[in-house]
Structures are given as C-alpha cells and as structure tokens.
Design a protein around this ligand. Structure first.
Ligand code: SAH
Ligand code: SF4
Ligand code: F3S
Length: 439
C-alpha cells in the first residue's frame, strides 16, 4: 500500500506532512513518488493567496480521472484550505470523489478516517482541536534539519491574513514537551533544529509563568553537543531585546532572523494592523545589528495592499535599502474573503501591483548582490544539507546567517559541519569550496 502527499504553503505544512506521512507509515503504507500508483493521495493545502488556492483546485480536479480508473484510491484534502468557511462544503459538492476532508488540527483523526473511507464512508472534520505531537510518529524528510512546532495558530489578525481563521487561536506547547522532542532529535543525530510558530516571540503567553520564548531558547542553547538552533517567524512587535541578547549569548543559536516587515509605510502598517511603525521597525533592525553584527536578516514584503500609494511604495523601497536584508520573500497582495482588508476601499489594480513587485524584486536583488559580493574570499562554517540536483557531485548548505552555498563534495558529507570559502556569487546563490581549518 502506497501513499503520495502534495504539500503546499509554508514550513508549518511541510512539517504537518511529516506527521501525515508518519501516521500513514504507522498503518503500513509506504511512500511513492508516482501519484497515480498511490492507494492514498493527500493534498495538504494552503490558502494564503488566491493563486495558491486556484492551483490546488486544479490539481484536485485533475485527480478525478485517476480515481475513476482506480475507485479504491483514497483521496484526502487537509490543511488550511479545508478549514476556510464553506470550503469543505464546496469540495463535497464539486469534487465528490474526495473521501476525507480534515482541518489543520484534526490530523489525529486521519487513521480512523482512512479506515472509514475503506468502507466507502466519507469523513469531514474541520473543527479546532489540540493534539499532542507525541500522539503519532513523524516521518521526517529534512535531515539534518528537524522542524519543531512550539506554538500553533495566531492571535494577531493582520487585516490581510487568513491564517488566524484557518489555524485558530494561538496555543503553546508545554516547554517540557518541546525539550523532550528536541533532546530526542539531537540524540538521533539531527544537527539543526528549527522552531516553528506564526509568532514565535509570543510563545508561552498561555502557559504558566516562566515559560516564555527567551527561556525556551536558553534551555535549548544550554544543551550539549554541536548543533544549530533556528526559529521562525518573529513578529517585529514582539521581538524583545532579551531574545536578541540570548541569541548573542549562545553560539549554537544562529544569527539569522526572519522579521517580516510587510510594508515600509507607517500608514499602511497601521491599516494592516501590524502594530509597529516604520521607525519602530528600523530601530529594531538597528538593535539587532548592534548586538549581532553578522546576522542575516530576512523578511516578507507585500505590495498593493488596499490604498497603497506610490509614495507608500517608495517608502517600502527605501526601507529595503536601509534594512539590508540578505533576502526577501515578496508577494502581491491577494484579497482573502473573510478578512477585513477584503472590503477595504481602493483595491489596487493588478497592473500597478505587477509594476511594484517588479521594482521591489529589482531593488532587493541589488541589495542581495552587494551583500554576496562582500562575502567573496571569506570563510564560513556551513552545515551540509543535501545535493544540488542541477550539478554533478555538488552539495549545498547554509551559513549561520542563513545564506545558501553550493560546493563540490559527495553525499557522505551531509549532516557535517565544514568550512567553505566563498569563490563566486550569482546574486542570491553563492559558490565556494571546502577548505581545511589551516588553509
Ligand atoms: N506569521 C507570519 C507570516 C505567515 S504568512 C508573519 O506574521 O510574519 C507568510 C507571508 O505571506 C506573510 O508574511 C505575508 O507577507 C504573506 N501574506 C499573508 N497574507 C497575504 C495576502 N492576503 N496576500 C499576499 N501575501 C500575503
Ligand atoms: Fe498572518 Fe499576521 Fe498572524 Fe502572521 S502574524 S500569521 S501575517 S495574522
Ligand atoms: Fe502556511 Fe498557507 Fe496555512 S502559508 S499557515 S499553509 S495558509
């Protein structure tokens, strides 16, 4: 019996797919890389932007013919899309060959649902539940990195964003559970732990006193052995000096901070309900640079939010130049039903959004090029992560600051720390060679 999982969206979903794989493997299924030969096909969906959603509906629709040829195939739709108002209903009506619809916190129902589906019984479950990670095994695919959830959901309600509606209110995992998982992963040989949450900095606000994000970082930072600790995402309104100090103090916590800005205009930030101003944000960058001068700071930026003027956009470009991000994920604002921004006046025409994203990408590209050029000839510690499949005998890995580097070596190096001297830079991509300490 074989399974195939389509994973869309962010790291949360990538990690949820590892849990889904673990559940299915526990039931005797094995992974296949060919969708059409699978006995179970899972769509782990994302609805952050309309483009993501349309693509997924297309992929689900395309499975109809396969299912007609193989009526025993079980089709599962889960993740953020199914949790949206009315979507489960729509899937039941328009894609009746889908057997199971699960929301973002119902993975613990998957096993029973699959057994029901074998008896031709449909299952729809999209309520918010809390499950313990320990309730099922995980089939991790990202060695030497391991994803670890620290909090689920989001309380921030940025006015453009669907996540609080589809992932529910913020719930923190007990600190002791996280520590147990991290210790197990390290003892299994994982070399990098990435803590996941929509807003890691508010971790613990719903837990007993003393269980907060800096405490969690310190506890992991104190663990023995050589490994790296990363975390994402940091909301600028909650990233405290204490967190910056802890990152500076512990050598195994990477100097790499993902700090989504969204816009460089205070007026737009206000309407986005981000709860910081342009100046607050730039001051925060300065605080980070002061304490962590070699930090790689990355961001998410959106163009074309309702009412964004040319001047607002120019403010964003100006902020990008000042912040000197090592990279930025840039998005065109997408109208999400059910969010406040959906009904805001002055929605921006597509051509204007298109023009702005092109200019934004060009601007960030210049910044990245400059940072990359300054890295040439320098040596960095890199954790070898895996093969670069486009080139023979080439592996890639990341610097502590989070920059991806390609270099020649064989697969036996995966999971090892090496020193790489940067030789050339093609904008975002760095190339180098492994050197010995003495070189
Ligand atoms: N919790 C994280 C973001 C999660 S969503 C944070 O607050 O930073 C990842 C990114 O998708 C966001 O940072 C934002 O830039 C983008 N995004 C969210 N909603 C969007 C929308 N409606 N249209 C376009 N981009 C969106
Ligand atoms: Fe969405 Fe804002 Fe929550 Fe991030 S913090 S998930 S952008 S509502
Ligand atoms: Fe992630 Fe998409 Fe859900 S970005 S949280 S998978 S809506």
């Amino acid at each position: 019996m074989k399974y195939f999982i389509h994973t869309y969206g962010c790291q949360m979903n990538v990690h949820d797919s590892e849990k889904i794989a673990g559940i299915l493997e526990g039931m005797g299924y094995v992974a296949t890389s060919v969708q059409d030969e699978a006995d179970i096909v899972v769509f782990n969906t994302c609805c952050i932007r309309e483009t993501a959603e349309q693509k997924i509906y297309g992929h689900i629709g395309a499975l109809k013919k396969v299912k007609m040829r193989n009526p025993d195939m079980i089709v599962v739709v889960c993740g953020c899309m199914s949790q949206q108002d009315g979507v489960a209903q729509k899937i039941r009506e328009s894609y009746p060959f889908v057997d199971i619809i699960l929301g973002t916190s119902n993975l613990n129902s998957l096993k029973d649902a699959v057994q029901d589906a074998k008896r031709r019984k449909h299952c729809v479950k999209v309520d918010f539940e809390q499950y313990a990670e320990e309730d099922f095994n995980q089939s991790r695919t990202s060695y030497p990195n391991a994803w670890v959830n620290i909090n689920y959901g989001c309380n921030n309600f940025c006015t453009y964003c669907i996540v609080p509606y589809v992932r529910g209110r913020e719930r923190s995992r007990p600190l002791s559970d996280i520590m147990t998982e991290v210790k197990t992963l390290l003892s299994e040989g994982y070399k990098e732990i990435t803590l996941l949450g929509q807003n890691v900095n508010s971790y613990g606000h719903d837990l007993p006193d003393g269980e907060d994000f800096p405490t969690l970082l310190k506890n992991i930072g104190e663990l023995p052995g050589k490994f790296r600790l990363r975390f994402m995402t940091s909301h600028p309104k909650d990233l405290s000096q204490e967190v910056i100090d802890v990152v500076a103090k512990y050598p195994n916590i990477c100097n790499n901070i993902h700090l989504p800005v969204q816009s460089g205009s205070t007026e737009i930030l206000k309407r986005m309900n981000r709860r910081y101003t342009r100046d607050d944000y730039l001051n925060l960058i300065q605080k980070i640079r002061q304490k962590l001068p070699n930090a790689g700071i990355t961001t998410d930026i959106m163009v074309g939010f309702p009412g964004e003027t040319e001047q607002d956009f120019l403010d964003t470009l100006d902020l990008v130049k000042q912040a000197k991000y090592s990279s930025a994920f840039c998005f065109i604002y997408s109208r999400r039903k059910g969010t406040p921004a959906y009904s805001m006046p002055d929605q921006i025409p597509y051509e204007v959004k298109r023009d702005r994203i092109t200019r934004l990408l060009a601007c960030q590209n210049e910044v990245t090029k400059e940072i990359s050029a300054a890295m040439i000839n320098n040596k960095y510690e890199v954790l070898v992560e895996g093969a670069n499949n486009h080139y023979a005998n080439t592996m890639c890995g990341r610097t502590e600051s989070g920059r991806l580097v390609n270099f020649k070596c064989d697969e036996s190096y995966v999971g090892q720390f090496v020193t790489v001297q940067i030789e050339k830079a093609k904008s975002a991509t760095l190339w180098g060679r492994i050197v010995t300490e003495e070189e």
